[in-house]
Design a protein. Structure first.
Length: 270
């Protein structure tokens, strides 16, 4: 048991209550302070744990015995007093055990939650450093986490991203800001298809072309809790500057979901 104000508060309060009860008993008949002692034992267990509560319980039993001796004088203890002392000992010990163990369990739970929050904070910070857009959706397709890369790709303001918007709102935001390289009449179908993929957890990768020339490979991963993890991997650099110019169409075709560029490349090669 660590000594501090929390550890000594229980025994100190018990001793103070005993002295006050004895002083009052000199003036007017004062009932036994045993119920008050049980409350102090519970307080000691909540403040400092099992050791302090047990110490307070011992002090409470001894203090009650002294109070009975002071109250009855030289006549000593009666059978009823001994019964009350026994009941107090059992009650105080039980209260000390329950409150002390509950405190230890709560402290363990709080420590585990702090570790969990610290791990989540480190993971969030790490995901903000990668160039892959990450969105975590709950079972109702609301965004619980949106990393920095996704916010930059689709120009999502922090106040919007931090407000846990539904995925459909993110899609409409991309439409309204002109992020997608698609004709206006195809945007509705495109958004409906993406929503259906997320709803069923379709993991088929697709390429999304942005108006600024970047290409992102979109993958939806179903999570055990019913949520979804959406990843947007930049694949624009599949066409490297060191590649032969004659094979540029081939490398561009790797970013083409319909492989139309690859078909044209193969026809030319024939």
């Amino acid at each position: 048991m660590r000594f501090g104000w929390r550890a000594i508060s229980g025994p100190a309060l018990t001793a103070a209550a005993l002295l006050l009860a004895m002083l009052f008993d000199r003036v007017i008949p004062t009932p036994s302070p045993a119920p008050l002692f049980v409350c102090i034992v519970a307080l000691a267990g909540a403040l400092a744990g099992l050791a302090s509560a047990m110490t307070t319980a011992v002090v409470a039993v001894i203090g009650t015995a002294l109070f009975f001796l002071h109250h009855h004088g030289v006549s000593g203890y009666g059978p009823a007093d001994l019964v009350r002392l026994g009941l107090l000992a059992i009650t105080a010990a039980g209260t000390a055990g329950i409150t002390g163990l509950m405190r230890e369990r709560l402290l363990g739970t709080f420590a585990a939650e702090r570790r969990s929050h610290a791990t989540a904070a480190r993971l969030s910070a790490a995901l903000d450093q990668v160039d892959i857009g990450i969105v975590l959706l709950d079972a109702e397709t609301r965004a619980e986490f949106i990393n920095r890369a996704f916010r930059d790709y689709f120009a999502v303001p922090d106040e919007v991203a931090d407000g846990k918007p539904p995925f459909i709102a993110l899609m409409y935001h991309g439409r309204d800001t002109g992020a997608f390289e698609l004709p206006e009449d195809e945007l509705g179908t495109f958004i409906a298809q993406r929503m259906e993929m997320v709803r069923v957890g379709d993991a088929t990768p697709i390429n999304i072309k942005l108006r600024n020339g970047e290409v992102l490979r979109f993958v939806c991963t179903a999570l055990p809790d019913g949520g979804r993890m959406l990843s947007y991997t930049p694949v624009t650099d599949l066409v490297r500057h060191t590649d032969a110019p004659s094979r540029a169409d081939y490398y561009r075709s790797l970013r083409d979901p319909g492989n139309r560029g690859l078909i044209r490349y193969l026809r030319i090669a024939e």
